[in-house]
Design a protein around this ligand. Structure first.
Ligand SMILES: Nc1ncnc2c1ncn2[C@@H]1O[C@H](COP(=O)(O)OP(=O)(O)OP(=O)(O)O)[C@@H](O)[C@H]1O
Ligand SMILES: [Mg+2]
Length: 248
């Protein structure tokens, strides 16, 4: 089941004169849950869009499941589930129609789809939302729907941009457990987030990006010791030390 995960090698990307990514190299192996952290405007969304082929890097290499995303986007993305930061979704589709569309685009057989959907509707308490139009959902319910859409095809790679923003505590727990289940099955997962306590509980490795550069990367213990923080220091403390350049 497991594929080759996610690889970025020396990836740079500018928007006009603004250098959003400056030589970022990172790897997310099968079974890993990688938390991509960093201040607003650091380049997290840019990096995730490059991984899913929505943006082309100016230079560097991007591979998903061992396939070059720039050269063979469609083949590379067959096994990827993506939660976008600003979903431009089908406002007028009903939620159930949106899920059916995902199923047909991803070639999920009907019975398999019905079974999976039933489980997710229960898990995320979405029964009352299925008949609503996508544009009329509350923020948290819209996030749940997008997460479920990413999970439904049972991808080998999950790329999620602030997927839990707005989710209630129950949904956050269900989300964490589901992501952990995917990782146990060998999926490679990358999640950008500002919710550090959640990242601490869920992620096996974190990368902290600022100004388009990766400042630090590793298991929490590794980056703790890098900034001289104690073994019980919270991720927030470590993060603030790194991003604040050691101040505080
Ligand atoms: N389409 C665009 N055109 C021009 N500049 C852009 C574009 N998208 C992003 N940027 C700029 O690139 C930089 C990185 O943005 P990005 O969205 O990747 O940051 P981020 O880390 O996801 O931030 P946030 O935590 O606020 O979501 C920012 O300076 C942003 O203003
Ligand atoms: Mg972003």
């Amino acid at each position: 089941m497991a594929c080759g995960g996610i690889e970025l090698v020396n990836v740079s990307k500018s928007y006009g004169r603004l250098r959003a990514l400056r030589g970022v190299t990172l790897t997310v192996r099968p079974g890993e849950i990688y938390g991509l952290l960093g201040p607003n405007g650091a380049g997290k969304t840019t990096a995730l869009k490059i991984i899913v082929g929505l943006l082309r890097p100016d230079s560097g290499l991007v591979r998903v499941c061992g396939v070059d995303v720039v050269a063979e986007r469609e083949r590379a993305l067959r096994r990827v589930g993506y939660v976008p930061e600003n979903p431009v979704v089908f406002e007028n589709l009903k939620v159930i129609e949106f899920f059916r569309l995902v199923a047909s685009l991803r070639g999920i057989p009907r019975e398999v789809f019905e079974e999976r959907l039933k489980r997710y509707v229960q898990l995320f308490d979405l029964e009352g939302e299925l008949g609503k139009r996508m544009g009329k959902l509350s923020r948290g319910n819209a996030q749940k729907v997008l997460a479920v859409a990413a999970f439904l095809p049972e991808p080998d790679v999950l790329v999620m941009d602030e997927p839990m923003s707005g989710m209630d505590p129950e949904a956050q727990r269900a989300f964490r457990e589901e992501v952990a289940r995917f990782a146990r099955k060998g999926a490679a997962v990358i999640i950008s987030s500002h919710q550090l306590p959640m990242v601490e509980r869920l992620c096996t490795r974190v990368g902290i990006i600022s100004g388009g550069r990766l400042l630090a990367e590793g298991a929490l213990d590794e980056i703790r010791s890098r900034v001289g923080a104690g073994a019980d220091a919270a991720l927030e403390e470590v993060y603030l030390k790194l991003v604040g350049g050691g101040a505080g």
